[in-house]
Design a protein around this ligand. Structure first.
Ligand code: HEM
Length: 226
């Protein structure tokens, strides 16, 4: 009898822990990750001022921090939630059951694209965080230089292609994720409201992609001068 009670209570504990993990993985995806992604792209738009300042505005918006501690804290605020969301996401990927061949609905396609984009995002962010942040910091002793990034974008086609595709994946993953997030948290539930929210998601996708590719274009143009 007491064994049965202990088992039931262990099971309830596991269910509660898995519910909290799932909510946390979902919540962190929006804040800070989604919010930070938007701000990061916005800051990168300073690359457009390269003709007047040769990248100084980009350097101070993207890589400069008032204090090294602020730098460190920002990295933790972004990288820790990213690691937790990625662990949660990998768990979801391992249990995914796409059924797009049997059911060719738009919703099923979005389910698959959300997961395919997650795979692309994990690869892109791995390369991006290493090449643009950790390698310059730890191996070269300074933050990424505008001129070096611009020159890579211009003269190294794989870098250009990886940034174009990687930011396409991030834009889709975040924009569609906002849609699944409001549904998952019960903020939007009726069929009509969900259809309307689809327009919000699509608009966000276009805005994020426009910002991303706008930055890449500015870097590519700046690369011709460096
Ligand atoms: C910039 C980085 C990222 C952002 C801003 C982001 C954002 C989001 C958002 C907003 C959602 C929707 C959450 C929900 O419906 O509750 C989501 C879902 C998801 N994310 Fe990410 N994500 C990022 C990186 C990643 C990475 C690296 C992975 C790697 C595995 C990943 C895997 C997933 C998966 C599998 C889902 C779908 C979960 C489900 O619907 O069951 N994400 N993401």
């Amino acid at each position: 009898m007491s064994t049965a009670i202990t088992e039931a209570s262990d099971q309830a504990e596991n269910t509660r822990a898995s519910f909290i993990r799932s909510r946390l993985g979902s919540l962190l995806a929006i804040a800070p990750l989604g919010v930070w992604t938007f701000i990061h792209l916005w800051n990168n738009l300073a690359a457009w001022r390269f003709r007047e300042d040769h990248g100084d505005a980009w350097q101070s918006a993207v890589t400069d921090h008032a204090h090294p501690v602020a730098h460190f804290v920002t990295a933790i605020i972004v990288l820790l939630p990213l690691a937790l969301h990625t662990a949660w996401g990998v768990g979801r990927l391992l249990t995914m059951r796409p059924n797009n061949i049997q059911y060719g609905f738009y919703g099923n396609l979005k389910y698959l694209l959300q997961r395919l984009s997650a795979l692309g995002v994990v690869l892109f962010l791995g390369a991006h965080i290493w090449l643009a942040m950790l390698k310059p910091w730890f191996l070269e002793g300074h933050a990424e230089h505008f001129s070096s990034l611009a020159s890579q974008m211009r003269n190294h086609p794989p870098t250009l292609v990886v940034y174009l595709l990687g930011t396409l994946g991030v834009s889709y993953h975040l924009a569609n994720g906002v849609g699944t997030w409001v549904m998952g948290w019960g903020l939007v539930s009726s069929k009509r409201a969900l259809r309307k929210f689809e327009i919000v998601s699509l608009t966000l996708f276009v805005v994020l992609l426009g910002m991303s590719w706008g930055v890449i274009y500015a870097l590519y143009m700046a690369g011709a001068q460096s």
